[in-house]
Design a protein around this ligand. Structure first.
Ligand code: SAM
Length: 222
């Protein structure tokens, strides 16, 4: 992926990037429904686009973004002085069990070496809900940008099927696992925007594949 945080973030201000960011945020916020007094952690927050968006839904200071990239975090802080941006590894989150009401992670675990460990960490630090978004190998976006190691920002990413995502959750302390997706036609043209509103998010063919659910009440009971 690009190493320049400002260029990365500026993509969300292009016509296509804005449409994609909005559609993805709409889906994630509908799945998580964070309340104003709740806390949100964004794992692999990058330049902070989604952390900033979630910060508009909850009271100031209740959002934390974590990333392994120092430069991304430095940029995120310049755009959002209320949220907390912390450097760390998704595979060993520097928080006690059940710290956050909601934990979200968008297109980040696909770059993490041991994504199952990172997923276990996300569930460990959540006390209520989670939404983790991966890239879908059955999507049109994969055909255009994901094959042969991927191009541009997708270089080196792992792309999954819905079945593989379900498998990652085997034995994890969760309930109500739900898979949804967004960005069915990734070019963002008029037809893409119309189709996005018509197709159900349960049709698992979009570029972004989101696994969401709740933490089992007896998790971390020991
Ligand atoms: C494609 S970017 C996604 C950024 C942001 N979630 C978004 O959707 O705009 C992937 C991010 O994952 C971060 N990342 C990769 N490996 C990580 C790790 N082990 N721990 C924390 N963050 C990691 C990268 O630094 C990068 O910022």
């Amino acid at each position: 992926m690009t190493n320049d945080p400002a260029s990365y973030d500026a993509w969300y201000e292009t016509a296509r990037g804005h449409w994609i960011g909005e559609a993805e945020f709409r889906l994630l916020s509908r799945l998580l429904r964070p309340q104003p007094d709740e806390s949100v952690l964004d794992v692999g927050c990058g330049s902070g686009y989604f952390a900033r968006r979630f910060a508009q839904l909850v009271n100031g200071g209740n959002v934390t973004g974590l990333d392994a990239d120092h430069a991304m975090l430095a940029f995120a802080r310049t755009r959002d002085s209320q949220s907390h941006y912390i450097e760390g590894d998704a595979q060993a989150l520097p928080f006690p069990d059940r710290t956050f009401d909601c934990v979200v992670s968008i297109a980040a675990l696909c770059f993490v070496e041991n994504e199952q460990r990172a997923l276990a960490e996300i569930l460990r630090v959540s006390r209520s809900r989670f939404a983790v978004a991966w890239l879908d190998r059955t999507s049109l976006l994969y055909r255009h940008k994901g094959q042969d190691g991927g191009t541009g920002g997708y270089r080196g990413a792992r792309w999954h099927t819905a079945r593989e995502i379900r498998h990652l959750f085997t034995g994890m302390p969760i309930w109500n696992l739900k898979l949804t997706s967004a960005i069915f036609l990734p070019n963002g043209n008029f037809m893409a925007r119309a189709m996005e509103t018509l197709l159900p998010d349960r049709l698992l063919l979009g570029s972004l594949l989101v696994a969401s659910g709740r933490i089992s009440p007896d998790n971390h009971a020991s």
